[in-house]
Design a protein around this ligand. Structure first.
Ligand code: G3P
Ligand code: CA
Length: 408
């Protein structure tokens, strides 16, 4: 270094200051829980142990679908909180907008079936009939007609009380949460558990919300950025069944987190933005090797219906898997299918137990089938069962089959 160059002298005071700053940075990273979960290349990244307290998950990531929706009214803080306690690596808020453009967690903008709105006389005049995404008209109450303050006066209730009667004991106990509240919960739980709790926000009906001046992407991006989550190593997955808004998030907003292209089965279904723009491309075409290659230009993860991996054959049974997981991996995409549910009525026929459609069947077999295809994660309503299945899959099963117990 030339003598004239100003130098920063390493005085004892400066060394102490630098050390203090380093410690502070470390503590901040540890306490926010959002620095680097080892999530380098999609869901397959995290590694270290079976994912117990203080350990990041190893193996396929477990996405708590709408929280722990098998046990609590979906999309409530209680549902997400329970999912985390049951072992979820990632919690999944579906997102819609309020009238005052705040993102809240609901599976759809029609809140008739998941809140007590229909019993609130003060909101009787908000009942409306709307066409959403070209589907037959729906009559009910819609988030975009309520301010956040109004929505907060409502209480959530179980979507499927006939299937999940136990969950309905929680009806009336919880509010509709905002995206920010879900992020706050994930941050707090990351600190408490020592695990990085990921988030998989899904933009619901993005074309529709654009059409009514309540675009979902801007508040989503600004909320992620405000919370310092728009980083490649954040355990954050932004999902959509539509294509155009994922492309926009990738190219215009330059979002750095993983983007998930959701797809559905069937031969004719297609993203609603394709329908709206006249693009004839179907999900079936998007999931061919050529289509997957195209998806990989703007997304990181494929989120297919599990039936696209294990199609239902005669009598609702499944057989050999399709090549979808292999093809998607070949295109550079991770694969996170939806949705494994333990009740008989949602299981392939060969795994049902007894005749009660609401009783749990052999869901462990379905988890194993899916894990064996090489998937990188999955969405499930019963994350505790997925956690046990993943332990089995990884050889961490408690008891005599535990290879660690055998070795010691
Ligand atoms: O986002 C994965 C899965 O949740 C997609 O289905 O309808 O439950 O949002 P849906
Ligand atoms: Ca979803």
């Amino acid at each position: 270094m030339p003598p004239s160059t100003p130098t920063i002298l390493a005085t004892p005071r400066r060394v102490a200051l630098a050390a203090a700053l380093l410690v502070l940075a470390f503590v901040l990273a540890a306490t926010t829980g959002w620095s680097s979960p080892g999530h380098a290349a999609g869901p397959g990244g995290p590694s270290a142990g079976p994912g117990g307290p203080g350990q990041q998950a190893h193996g396929p990531l477990l996405f708590g679908h709408r929280g722990a929706s098998g046990y609590r009214p979906e999309h409530t803080l209680a549902s997400y909180d329970l999912a985390i306690r049951l072992g979820a690596d990632v919690i999944e808020p579906d997102l819609v907008s309020t009238k005052d453009h705040v993102l809240v967690a609901r599976h759809e903008n029609d809140i008739t079936g998941t809140t007590d709105v229909s019993s609130r006389p003060e909101f009787a005049d908000r009942k409306a009939t709307k066409v959403i995404d070209g589907a037959p008209p729906v009559t009910g109450w819609f988030t975009e007609d309520f301010t956040l303050a109004e929505l907060k006066t409502l209480r959530a209730k179980e979507r499927l009380p006939a299937v999940r009667q136990e969950n309905s004991v929680h009806d009336g106990r919880y509010q509709v949460p905002t995206l920010q509240e879900v992020i706050d919960l994930a941050k707090r739980e990351s600190r408490l558990t020592g695990r990085t709790i990921g988030l998989a926000p899904e933009t619901k009906h993005p074309t529709y919300f654009d059409s009514i001046g309540l675009s979902l992407e801007e508040p989503l991006v600004s909320t992620l950025r405000k919370n310092h989550l728009d980083k490649p190593k954040s355990l954050v997955f932004v999902q959509s069944f539509e294509e155009a808004n994922l492309r926009e998030l990738h190219s215009t907003f330059r979002l750095k987190v993983d983007l998930v292209q959701l797809t559905s089965g069937g031969t004719t279904s297609r993203p609603y933005d394709h329908v709206a723009s006249g693009d004839p491309e179907t999900y079936a075409q998007m999931t061919t090797p050529q289509g997957l290659k195209e998806i990989s230009t703007y997304a990181d993860v494929l989120g297919p219906d599990k039936a696209q991996i294990f199609p239902r054959a005669a009598q609702g049974r499944t057989g050999a898997p399709t090549a979808l997981v292999k093809d998607a991996h070949h295109a550079g995409l991770d694969v996170v299918p939806y949705t494994v549910r333990a009740e008989n009525q949602f299981l392939p026929a060969q795994y049902r137990k007894g005749t009660d459609p609401n009783a749990f069947g052999n869901v462990f077999a379905e988890f194993q089938d899916l894990f064996a295809t090489g998937i990188d994660g999955l969405f499930t309503d019963q994350v505790d069962l997925a956690y046990g299945a993943r332990e089995d899959f990884l050889g961490y099963r408690h008891g005599v089959d535990n290879p660690q117990a055998k070795a010691s």
